[in-house]
Design a protein around this ligand. Sequence first.
Ligand SMILES: [Mn+2]
Length: 277
Amino acid sequence: MKFAGSLSEADKEKSWYEIIGVPFDSNAFKKGTRYGPKAIRKASQLLETFIWDYKLELSDLLYYDSGDMILERNFKSSVEVDTTRRKIFIGGDHSISYPLVKSLFKCDEVAKVIVIDAHADLRDTYKNNKLSNACVMRRIAELIGFENVLQIGVRSSSEAEYTVIKDKIRIYDAAMLMEKGVDGILKEIGSDNEKTYLSIDIDALDPSIAPGVDNPEPCGLSLESVISLVRGIIKRVNVVASDVVEVNPKRDNNNCITSINASRLIFEILASYSDNR
Ligand SMILES: [Mn+2]
């Protein structure tokens, strides 16, 4: 099953954007995010592809769901990401962002990363695994420079991670988001032409609207806030690729609300890409 509104295989050369599933959970302590791409594609069929806010029919945007990319357990061989089309990757646990960013960074296709996440993910190692999803932003920051990482929505870290955050990482935590509002934060982020990778961990949302995650953190963001953030960031910043990660269908409720909300965010990324082409 392809993501809702995808071009058919016969028409794929016409596409401007590409959706790629990454069914991978080897670096997550709990398992199940490998089923994320399938569940999100299925949930996307439940939503109307006419995006009311834009008065836009999504399938007019010319994007192609090219299926799944299989990653090796320890990312030993480098991942090839072609740069012909702007990408949206569907995870998978959050660790997938590292090889994807690395591949794009190596060919100068990414210089900065913005991450929307409940967690700092800045541990040096977790359960003896340096590639753990709990370490993903640490690995990315070491690769591209701590000053090139921006975190939004964080409300959970260890004490050691906090030391890294407060000294090295630019952050708008969940409380700052409440205080300044999305518009206030977007104004501070400003415009940026540098090539940026936008990573969205679905657990940034409040667990009441995204229960299907391994590590739920209360007092999270509303879907409306994350949609406004995505819209505002893609308007101001040169987002060349993005991902939506950490949906675990095994932990979701019966009406698949986490996958539905992840689909809605992917719709928003597509509409925002198109609005700022
Ligand atoms: Mn997280």
